[in-house]
Unconditional design. Sequence first.
Length: 764
Amino acid sequence: MSQASPILPFAIDNVSRRHMLCGSAAAVLVLALRPGSAVAAPSSFGVEATPGGAVDNPLLFVAIDALGTVTITAHRAEMGQGIRTSLPMVVADEMEADWSRVRVSQAPADEARYGNQNTDGSRSMRHFFMPMRRCGAAARTMLEMAAAHQWGVPPAEVMARNHQVIHRPSGRALDYGALAAAAARLPVPKRHQLVLKETSQFRYVGKASSDGVDCADIVVGKALYGFDASLPDMVYAVVARPPVYGGKLRAVDDSEALKVPGVLKIVPIAFTPPPSEFMPLGGVAVIARNSWAALKGREALKLTWEDGPNQDYDSDHFRATLEIAARQPGKLVRNSGDVTAALHAAKQRITAEYYIPHLAQAPMEPPAALVHIRDGKVEAWACVQAQQETRERVAKGLGVESGQVTIHTTLLGGGFGRKSKPDFVVEAALLSKAMDGAPVKLFWTREDDLRHGFYHTVSLEHLEGGLDAKGRPVAWLHRSVAPSIGSLFQAKVTHEAEFELGMGMTSAPLAIPNIRLENPPAPAHVRIGWFRSVSNIPHAFAVQSFIAELAALAGRDPKDFLLDVIGPPRLIDPLRQQDKFNYDEDPARYPIDAGRLRRVVEQAATGAGWGRALPHGRGLGIAAHYSFVSYTAAAIEVEVSAKGSLTIHKVDIAIDCGAAINPDRVRAQLEGASVMGLSLATLGEISFKQGRAQQGNFDSYEVTRIDAAPRAIQVHVLPGDFAKPLGGVGEPGLPPIAPALTNAIFAATGKRIRSLPIRDQLKT
């Protein structure tokens, strides 16, 4: 094996031309456009963009060798959501491939070939289901045409079935492998020539899932993650970064570090002042022959930091600042009716404030990247969600053209938005350059990840509501105060962006006549970044908690009151609610559907046995939310002991995401979202003193252990129509969990929880 090829524990296959051709004269339907080939795609195909930027050309995504093995390219990152199985499964189903004869290859970063590859926003399946169907249909059509030509029969007499093309009148059959060479020479059908399967003909899509393509290797420890990539003669690196965002190195004494056996070099990394975007924070790197030496060398550094403008950041004090801002009028986001007059005339009024602290994504695998620079070319192997962003930032950091950079995506040991930010890959690239192109394996420790990451924003949500004489809501004032992700990219950003406000604030369907939404300012003092479900988390916590509080004030059943606030089944134009985001989807295709939100509420309530008598100390809570153009609701049953210990007996979570393409993975993601949401609600907090994160590992930034997990999770996947647009799955399960939990605690104890994490609040 050449030094340019990584030594991999298993074949995450970035398929090369040599690998596919070795020992076989097979033609393949994909090889022509893989790196190293000069053959262009057939011009007859007529490439068309989809909302996600994809092209659905089978020459990019499907390969067949002479033995009939089908290799399908996955162009999105796999981080546990199952997309490396689900998207190829769609192709295999539409092309009538036998799943047992399918392999999956991971595509390198290349937007020109594969469209958008940045795996975030819960959009992989909703944007690529139809393109992948068309890929499979085109491949099937080409195989059928090749067989018809070989037999000299009309194409209408042949059909593909289970990895063969069959001549219906005679019963003759040819395996896909025998047809691959001839099929590859045919023009690719245009879209209007394709005949997609009837959904009743699906063999894999919407059915019980096939085994995940990575599952066996994960179970036996053969799967390749970012930490596993290796090259001959590579060296290892860790970085000492500024402890305060915006800080920089003033002085370094590396004399003791250089004495550590195995340490090779101490390399400064340039400071990136705020707004730092996705570039490195700066600091000092220790490069060594092994990881232990790198870590011990870093410990031996004597560093003097200049802490910069955020040196006084204290998250407790900042909470008070947010509270002051939330009690003042803010930037007007939406105004319907006259909230001031309605509140004044209301028979009952209530004001509440809800707080969520900074959170860290804390994926089980911290960031890691291997970079090798040779002959002017840059190759990186990394656990990244954003392959194309990574390619562009590495090119920017090195001062080269992006075409000189190849990004190979490994499996991700969790992502949750952290690995959408490729600063760690840029660090590895800079250090490879400092080592004259030698392969450098850079890794972050858990402490690095928690203390130098991109945090979920801290948030203070202020709500005021009024009820009329019949207990009906007539007034709703909501002020959201939170530092914005926009602060990563532009200085002096103090208001939430439209996309943040559109995550559960402007998009909330509320059948209330007088609504006013405001956004007071809040500056950022740390790197604010994407987090699973993003601003839906604080907005859902506030909105769904406040609806439950209004229900209690009205003396109403919380579920019935929630349905009344959602209102009757109807389609809502997001623009009429000043939601200009709508998850970047066309409002005409994706209106907000109050009927679908009602249905998930009813399904979750039914699953939980809503309305049944519960023993003393037990309670049921419910919450619902629209996010990523899907609809979710959760009903949670809890028990709180006399001493304040919390037991979560059951979570019933319902989702309407349209048709479920891979039902097992939908259920798995909803189960994971339930556990993660409960963990964040009960334990999650990153706090700051003197600009420094106070948590550094799972002893201080706790996550839910198995003994505190729900005794049962029941996922209800509502049926959907394959002919209608799909919704997201990876993120929508998270937002309703915290408010359903705190509403359940109120039902069990009469105690309102308005500040997260809950931690020991039940013991006071």
